[in-house]
Write a protein that binds this ligand. Structure first.
Ligand code: GLC
Length: 517
């Protein structure tokens, strides 16, 4: 069944334009068995029938461009689907073949090769190795259906250069590059030196594990950058590089590599004053050192929606563990108050801000999805111990009522909407001046009007409020438990109504125009 989701996007692009965004990033839409929401690509030059076809894609891009919206697509170079013809050919060709060298195949350890070749763990839980019928093992840092490609192999490099060109020729404005920090692996695939403590990950300040941010990866990005620059217009690439410390990440956005990388330090700071200040300081220091803009992000398809995350204590955002029915439930009312304040604080910062669909509606996480609907491989690989990321991936409520609040006519969706989404439907919020949607629209319009994205940054001393100046705009947030007096200036926008005495409420942010003499 074709859900023709893209026709839905194309037909609603004017609404995104009204929201005031400059670009959209589409998560992977390629032909895929959808074992990991499309991050398991079976053919990089195709569109999965679930979304439409290449003609629909062209239409989407052309409509977006008419509206002045750029289109970034998701490139997934670390791994393919096990259904990709490269992997199918590798399986068929057997050990030692040229086809196998597209991936990392190895004999196992133990007397009969019955143990995995090393101690690596999968990000989604369990070992990062799966054995094939002929006895060899292949590595997958994610699901077993997502074998990692061997980036030492020039053939793999050449394939991807062609894939980039294929989409650039179709007019895409750039790429969000998935897991670029995983692509290069240390020679010989040695053991993770502290796997017991770090699991699949790494610990900042400790030795760099053999599967993360290896130096050889930079050469690849330099080649890609050259390809992008050989096209007319400004084509860009943003890396989903989970690289820490940020001073190290800065190497990824040197002038001949990525244009931007996501700033997970900021996302993981939560909404705690000290961590936030440190994250912002570190970001400017690191990115300024290479002349790259910082990026800012509070939500994406891998983390608990901030309207719920800030309404409870859920640890590091990027842990991707989700909230299930058995976990303490979030206070979504408090969460939304803080979330809007955090968004306003973020949108005042110079650099590029990334928003995730639905946050402009203040959508909470869906925390009570029944097990039979779950899709995230994390849920399956941990036998439900980590519910994973489905709770933030529920289809949007466009208009109140019907079978899916305007998502489609059939009511069939990959994940069901919670009851609370009806009242948050976009059409209802359009009519309500005080809605979260109109708050986002106003904030984005002001961000543009005052050119905050290209602006400057200085912390400002304003008593108990946390404040910074960007051009003519003073951005303040009240972390204290009491309402506070605002500094002098003309109020542009606040994330919560001021108190009856005209004070800035606790957990609120505001933008003021100040006269800096
Ligand atoms: C990235 C994606 C995530 C996906 C993973 C593996 O982190 O954002 O959704 O599961 O890579 O491709």
């Amino acid at each position: 069944m074709a859900w023709v989701i893209w026709k839905g996007i194309t037909n609603n692009l004017h609404k995104l334009s009204e929201l005031g965004i400059d670009a959209v990033w589409l998560s992977p839409f390629y032909r895929s068995p959808q074992k990991d929401a499309g991050y398991d690509v079976a053919d990089y030059r195709s569109v999965d029938p679930l979304f439409g076809d290449l003609a629909d894609f062209d239409q989407l891009v052309s409509k977006a461009h008419q509206l002045g919206i750029r289109v970034m697509i998701d490139l997934v170079p670390n791994h393919t689907s096990d259904q990709h013809e490269w992997f199918q050919r590798a399986l068929a060709a057997g050990p030692g073949s040229k086809e196998r060298s597209y991936y990392h195949f190895k004999p196992g350890r133990g007397e009969n090769g019955e143990l995995p070749p090393n101690n690596w763990q999968s990000m989604f839980g369990g070992p990062a190795w799966t054995r094939t019928e002929d006895g060899e093992w292949y590595v997958h840092l994610f699901d077993s259906s997502q074998p990692d490609l061997n980036w030492e192999n020039p053939l793999v490099q050449a394939e991807f250069e062609e894939i980039l060109r294929f989409w650039l020729d179709r007019g895409v404005d750039g790429f969000r590059v998935d897991q670029p920090h995983a692509m290069a692996k240390a020679d010989g695939l040695p053991d993770h030196p502290y796997v017991e403590e770090a699991g699949a990950g790494f610990i900042e300040g400790r030795e760099n594990p053999p599967m993360w941010f290896q130096d050889s990866v930079h050469e690849i990005f330099r080649k890609w950058r050259k390809i992008l620059e050989s096209y007319p217009g400004e084509r860009a690439m943003c890396g989903e590089a989970y690289v820490l410390p940020l001073s190290f990440m800065a190497l990824w956005v040197r002038p001949d590599e990525f244009h931007q990388t996501f700033n997970f330090r900021f996302l993981d700071a939560g909404w705690e004053k000290e961590k936030l200040v440190a994250a912002i300081n570190e970001s400017f220091e690191a990115f300024d050192s290479v002349g790259a803009p910082s990026t800012w992000v509070l939500n994406n398809h891998d983390v608990i929606r901030h309207a719920s995350r800030f309404g409870g204590d859920y640890g590091r955002a990027t842990a991707s563990d989700g909230i299930g029915p058995a976990n303490p439930q979030p206070d979504n009312e408090l969460g939304l108050i803080k979330a809007k304040a955090a968004t306003l604080f973020m949108l005042g910062l110079p650099g590029a801000s990334y928003l995730y669909q639905g946050e402009e509606l203040g959508l909470p996480e869906h925390t009570t999805i029944e097990p039979e609907y779950r899709q995230d491989p994390t849920f399956f690989r941990t036998k439900g111990q980590r519910v994973g990321r489905d709770g933030c991936r529920v289809p949007l409520p466009w208009s109140l009522g019907g079978k899916s609040n305007g998502f489609n006519d059939t009511g069939k969706m990959w994940l069901p909407q919670p009851v609370s989404y009806a009242a948050l439907s976009r059409d209802q919020q359009e009519k309500d001046q005080a809605s979260t949607l109109n708050f986002y629209k106003t904030a984005l319009a002001l961000r543009k009007r005052f050119a905050l994205g290209e602006g400057s940054f200085d912390w400002v001393e304003t008593g108990e409020l946390l404040s910074y100046q960007n051009g003519d705009v003073l951005v303040v947030h009240n972390f204290s438990q009491e309402a506070k007096e605002l500094p002098a200036g003309q109020m542009l926008i606040a994330s919560s109504p001021l108190t009856a005495q005209g004070l800035l409420a606790t957990n609120a942010s505001a933008w003021l125009v100040t006269n800096r003499t």
